[in-house]
Each structure stands twice: as C-alpha cells, then as structure tokens.
Write a protein that binds this ligand. Structure first.
Ligand SMILES: *Cc1c(COP(=O)(O)O)cnc(C)c1O
Length: 356
C-alpha cells in the first residue's frame, strides 16, 4: 500500500455545499454565491473568446488584471498578487510565511479553510472563541495564548457569522503585534464603506489583505482572487507560488468584471435590501438573527419548535440548499446565503411554516 502523508491521512475532507443535480430546479443558498449573473461585460468578453487565447500560456502574473486592480485600488501593481481564487492564496500564505510547529491564531468560528490548510502545513491552530454575539477583538487574537503566534488570520466580515471588525480595532492589532496579519476581505463589498483596510497595506509591512472575484463580482467559477500587501510580502509569495495559477479565461473574465464597478455596486445594493427584508421577516417570527454585513445570514429557529437540522431537512425536501454546521456553537443555526427576493420568499415559506 502506498503510504499517505500522515498530515493528509488525519484531515477531514472539506465538504463544499451540496450541488443540485443538473436540470432539476433548485434554490442554491449554501456557498454564498451571487444570485445575479456577472456584468454583461463578462458575457461579452467570453463570447469573443478565441482558441488563440488558450493556445498560449497565460500571463504568469496576470499583468493586465493587476494593472486594472492597481488603478482601481490605488496600489502599485507590484504590491498585488493574483491567485487561482483566494483559496490558493490562503495555501500560499502558509507556505510562504509559516513553518511546521508555528502557531496561527484565528477567531472561532471562522472560515474552515484557514484551519484545514494549517493542519496540512503542520501549523498549529489556535482558535480564539468569539463573544456571545460572535464578535471579536483582533488584537486579542494575537494576545490570547501562551506564546506569540506567527500569524493571525480572520475574515472581515467574518464567515459564517457576518460580523465585522472595525478598522480601528484592526489597526490596534497591527500596532501591537508584529507577526503576519491576514485580513480576508472576501465579503468586504457587502460591508459598510470604510471597512476595508487595503489602504493600510502601504503603512504596515506585515499586513496582507485577501480579496476575491467569487462573491460580489459573481465569478466563483472563474477562480480569481488577489492579495495586496507590502512589496516584501508580495515578492516572497511570488517566489513560493506555482508559475501559472490564474488561467487565461479567468484573467479575462475578472478584468471585464472590474471594468463594470457599477454593476457590482447595484448587485450588492440589491442583495443588501433583500438580506435586510429577509432578516426582519425572520426576526418578526421569533427567529434568532445575527446581524450580518455580508451576503449571508446566520439564523436560529425559535426555541420549542423544529430544530435547525429539522429545518435544514425541510428546506432540502423543497430543493432549497442552505448550510448546516455540526459544530458546538453553530448546530442550532443555519447559514443562508442571500439569493433573489423570490428565492428568499420560498425560504421563508418553508421556515415559517416549520416554526408555526
Ligand atoms: C468564499 C470565500 C473565499 C473565496 O474563495 P475563492 O477561492 O476566491 O473562491 C475566501 N474567503 C472566505 C472567507 C470566503 O467565504
């Protein structure tokens, strides 16, 4: 028998959300995908695709896309690194900055991938519990253990909770901790203006910000994310990465999407309105609703009625896919991505029927 690496042997397989069978009508609200299609400019760019584009290797560092990002963010292209989704950049950050036996501190709960990839790299994970409303102080993540962690990582807004750490609180962490600080801004376009700390990458050499085209820009299938940091961090990650990561089609789609920021803002505004109406309706019906600054919400059925797993199954019976986490503080809750108004009406019909 072929020996499997012991760190791999120990891993729990990552379970992405269930995919509905092709051709069967379903409402998929389990991976925080955008319910609205990407900008028409993306469709236009994809229609013009010619075989020549894929007959050559892509630009290794996504130069054109980086130039567009540079103009959009006001950050030099040399401080931006594109990846095959931000998931690849999460792997790359451990490979570049952590050694076996180092500690990575993160809030609990947070995005599961930070822990999985750390396990695989032999990096010890320190999970720092969030408060009763799932809030956390970034500075406390670094200060909460016996030793100083090598790096601190969290999503802002956080997943799967939708809570958001303030900019001042993140700056406090940056001033009091000199290890690597990674802020994953996958959902930042949905959060209040001023939440992003991308501009602070010019001030703090130990700050790395991750972004993705998978959520607000509606391109999860294109697999494009990027990291913004100091020259030193970005150059090191460049050395540690695969030569080719973002493929030519992904680069093209992301560039087209970036060229239509108004579309993104309209889509985000619509999702925000749908989210607020959905949350209000559930709260009226006695559900627990955690205020979210992202395109998903964590909700919990009223006590005494059907449990969260029951509700999950009822939704499944109606071909509505949401997320259930069998984890200590989450097993009485569901995480529901925000779809269209019609999607959310269908969800409410099932959930409110179930809790009556
Ligand atoms: C969805 C998500 C990502 C994005 O992953 P991609 O690989 O870019 O699709 C990253 N971080 C968090 C917290 C997410 O929820």
């Amino acid at each position: 028998m072929i020996a499997i690496h012991p760190l791999v042997e120990k891993l729990e397989p990552y379970s992405a959300g269930i995919r509905p069978e092709p051709g069967v009508p379903a409402i998929k609200l389990n991976q925080n995908e955008n319910p609205y299609p990407a900008s028409p400019k993306v469709a236009e760019a994809l229609r013009r695709l010619a075989p020549e584009l894929v007959a050559a290797y892509p630009e290794a560092l996504s130069d054109r896309l980086r130039e567009s990002l540079s103009a959009t963010l006001g950050v030099p292209a040399s401080r931006i690194l594109c990846g095959n989704g931000s998931s690849e950049l999460i792997t790359l950050m451990y490979r570049t900055f952590a050694q076996e036996g180092d500690t990575a501190a993160m809030p609990d709960p947070t995005f599961a991938l930070y822990g999985t990839v750390a396990d695989l790299a032999g990096v010890r994970v320190r999970r720092v519990p969030t408060d009763d409303r799932f809030r956390f102080e970034p500075a406390e993540l670094a200060a909460s253990g016996d030793d100083t962690p090598r790096l601190v990582v969290f999503a802002n807004p956080n997943a799967p909770t939708g809570t958001c750490a303030g900019r001042d609180a993140i700056e406090k962490l940056l001033r009091t901790f000199d290890g690597l600080v990674v802020v994953d801004e996958a959902y930042v376009d949905f959060a209040p203006e001023g939440t992003s700390v991308v501009d602070l990458t010019g001030t703090y050499e130990h700050l790395l910000v991750l972004r993705t085209f998978s959520k607000a820009y509606a391109l999860p299938g294109a697999r494009v994310g990027y990291a913004v940091g100091s020259e030193r961090l970005v150059r090191a990650m460049e050395k540690a990465r695969e030569t080719f990561s973002v493929n030519a089609v992904g680069q093209l789609a992301a560039e087209a999407a970036l060229g239509d920021p108004d579309w993104m803002r309209r889509s985000v505004a619509r999702i925000g309105r749908t989210r607020d109406a959905f949350c209000a309706a559930l709260a009226d019906a006695g559900w627990g609703v955690w205020p979210s600054t992202a395109n998903f919400v964590l909700v919990s059925p009223p006590p005494g009625g059907a449990s969260a797993p029951d509700m999950y199954r009822r939704l499944l019976d109606n071909r509505i896919y949401v997320r259930y986490f069998d984890a200590p503080r989450l097993r009485d809750k569901l995480r529901i991505s925000i779809g269209t108004d019609d999607d959310m009406k269908a969800v409410l019909d099932v959930l409110l029927e179930g809790s009556r």
